[in-house]
Design a protein around this ligand. Structure first.
Ligand SMILES: Nc1nc2c(ncn2[C@@H]2O[C@H](COP(=O)(O)OP(=O)(O)OP(=O)(O)O)[C@@H](O)[C@H]2O)c(=O)[nH]1
Ligand SMILES: [Mg+2]
Length: 603
């Protein structure tokens, strides 16, 4: 049997997980009457809620006697670390490109990685059913991108498949539209070299990912590079910073469809799961005790953004969370490092930890997972990670692509220019334009909300880290202060109504607040301390309008990402399983005043 190992890579939303649905359905891995949900590989709760893939996942199908191991990868730039790891296991990639959008920032990122590893892509132009599909143009743009990224002749000689992943159909460019995915499977067979690996050679395996099971514990996932592995075999675990140690193989699993299948022998070239190896980490090597090897760990791009995690110290601390101490926090972050290879954690003292990742979403998904598990903590404003090279300060820059209605083009250009963005290309169409910018990552913090409002929700923006470049100087992102509670207690509609001209409220009447908690955004610069816990004095004479009739502007409820984007340097976000509360770092108004004065004195 041949093993054909492929990863599906693309920009976000170009249809990777949907294509896997079709491949699974058409290779008889489901029972005839089995109900299978859409995007079945997006099995995580947050993945399903948000409709995005966060973790790379493996599956496999049989096709005409060959086994195709498939790795579905996330398209969002922040999860690029997952893609880097997935590429370790494969001999080919399906590069999906949306037939209307064409190559986007993350298309470039994943393609660059695949080309650098010498993989030969199969280009799948997906969503050709879209009214605005332009498959031929998109094929040309993809070719140009490959040339720009230094593809060699073999890589440039890529097959082009047209697809409607949602209907499970694909056909070769120039052929009649097909009714199933046969052409895609055939192309994989022709183009992806069967995994090589000498069966008689000593066993060699590198861990590309870790999985967990309640009764098996930690499972090492990877591809057998050579030799075979049997239940009962003794192997040697080696990796950076660890003494080589012996371990026994207790079970061997492979993938088939959505299931893990137990097998007696793991074959060279196949992707297998090995449970029961203690202390195993991603990048580690397992080898034959008579031929011990330690392979080089795969390289992963460095983080560009960091936040500080610390225990929650607000007056409400410990009310809603199960795990609230600094110890809990440290253990949980430590555990995350095992599976989240692009993440870094650094203790800062004083129970604080600097957590660094590849973008705001990379960090916010960790926060969201933690609060769902019962953790309570606070985080600071996300900051970019600066660097020094030859004495010059550098910061991360992003490549940004926006697709906007012509009518908002000017406003978008202006708003990005004030954030130090430079326009690098411009392709105006009849009704919409596509603009590309280079901008310091800092300039994009908090920009999404502004962008959506400028384009009235009609704009699409995506960005990906490009490189470290010269520090761009001051970038102003938030120009207003906060509305801060100065009395503790329950909020009343009456006081919110009275203060409604002062800004936008984030809380509704009946919310319990503490001194120093942020209840809204001030319309002006500087913070405003307000009392939102006052109720109308009861008098004998009832006013003509009663409280119930007060017409309140609905509160603006901030999501986790919006809250992070909102934060200023002297503010924190309190995250609990039930609530997100913004607060001033220093709660007492007088103390804040003193600190502000001291800061002015120093500068
Ligand atoms: N019109 C059309 N829509 C499609 C097609 N394939 C997928 N979609 C839609 O595109 C959206 C994104 O699909 P996904 O499969 O989640 O995309 P993805 O590439 O896995 O996304 P990430 O993993 O988050 O990067 C979904 O709403 C799909 O229904 C297609 O062939 N035609
Ligand atoms: Mg997906």
């Amino acid at each position: 049997m041949n093993y054909l190992n492929v990863a599906i890579i693309a920009h976000v939303d170009h249809g990777k997980t949907t294509l896997v649905d079709g491949m699974l359905r058409q290779s008889n891995v489901f029972r005839a009457n089995q109900q299978v949900e859409e995007r079945v590989m997006d099995s995580g709760a947050i993945e399903r809620e948000r409709g995005i893939t966060i973790l790379a996942k493996n599956t496999a199908v049989m096709w005409h006697g060959d086994k195709i191991n498939i790795v579905d990868t996330p398209g969002h730039a922040d999860f690029g670390g997952e893609v880097e790891r997935a590429l370790m296991m494969v001999d080919g990639v399906l590069l999906l490109v949306d037939a209307a959008e064409g190559p986007m920032p993350q298309t470039r990122f994943v393609l660059r990685k695949a080309l650098a590893l010498g993989l030969r892509p199969i280009v799948v132009i997906n969503k050709v059913d879209r009214k605005d599909a332009r498959p031929d143009e998109v094929a040309t743009l993809t070719f140009d991108l490959m040339v720009e990224l230094g593809a060699d002749d073999e890589q440039l000689d890529f097959p082009i498949i047209h697809a409607v992943a949602r209907e499970g159909r694909a056909w070769r460019d120039g052929e009649e539209p097909g009714s199933d995915l046969t052409s895609l499977f055939e192309t994989i067979k022709q183009r992806v070299p069967p995994a090589s690996g000498d069966r008689e050679a000593p066993f060699l395996f590198q861990v590309a990912n870790l999985d967990y099971s309640d009764y098996l514990g930690r499972l090492a996932l990877g591809r057998i590079l050579q030799g075979t592995v049997r239940v009962g075999d003794s192997v040697v675990l080696s990796g950076p910073g660890k003494e080589p140690s012996r371990a026994r193989v207790t079970k061997v699993f492979t993938h088939l469809g959505l299931a893990r299948v137990e097998t007696e022998v793991g074959e060279p070239g196949d992707i297998v799961l090995l449970p029961g190896i203690e202390k195993v980490n991603i990048g580690d090597t397992l080898s034959d005790p008579d031929a011990v090897q330690q392979l080089a760990s795969p390289t992963v791009d460095e983080p560009t953004v960091s936040v500080t995690f610390s225990p929650n110290t607000s007056p409400f601390a410990g009310r809603e969370g199960t795990y609230v101490t600094s110890r809990h926090l440290a253990d949980r972050l430590e555990r995350e490092l095992l599976v989240n290879v692009a993440l870094r954690v650094e203790p800062l003292g004083n129970e604080r930890y600097r957590v660094s990742g590849r973008g705001e979403l990379h960090l916010s998904i960790l926060m969201e997972n933690m609060r769902r598990e019962g953790y309570e903590f606070s985080v600071s404003r996300p900051e970019v990670i600066l660097r020094e090279e030859n004495g010059a300060l550098q910061e991360p820059y992003e490549r940004v692509v926006v697709d906007v209605p012509i009518s908002s083009m000017g406003a978008v250009m202006e708003s990005l220019a004030t954030r130090k963005g430079t326009l690098t290309s411009m392709a105006p169409g009849e009704t919409r334009a596509r603009l590309e910018f280079r901008i310091p990552s800092r300039g994009l913090f908090g920009y999404r909300t502004i962008f959506l409002s400028i384009t009235q929700g009609e704009g699409v923006l995506s960005h990906v880290f490009e490189s470290y470049q010269r520090y761009a100087g001051e970038v102003q992102t938030r120009s207003h202060g906060s509305l801060v509670a100065m009395e503790p207690g329950e909020t009343f509609a009456y006081s919110i109504f009275k203060l409604s001209d002062r800004g936008t409220f984030f809380i509704t009447p009946g919310t319990e607040v503490y001194v120093g908690m942020i209840v809204g955004a001030h319309t002006r610069q500087g913070d405003l301390n307000i009392n939102v816990t006052k109720n109308k004095k009861l008098t004998n004479v009832r006013a003509s309008g009663s409280d119930e009739n007060l017409l309140l502007i609905p509160a603006k409820r901030l999501s986790l990402e919006e809250s992070l984007e909102y934060l200023a340097d002297d503010e924190l976000l309190e995250i609990t399983p039930k609530s997100l509360r913004l607060r001033k770092r220093v709660l007492e108004p007088n103390m804040r005043k003193k600190e502000a004065k001291a800061a002015v004195g120093q500068s």
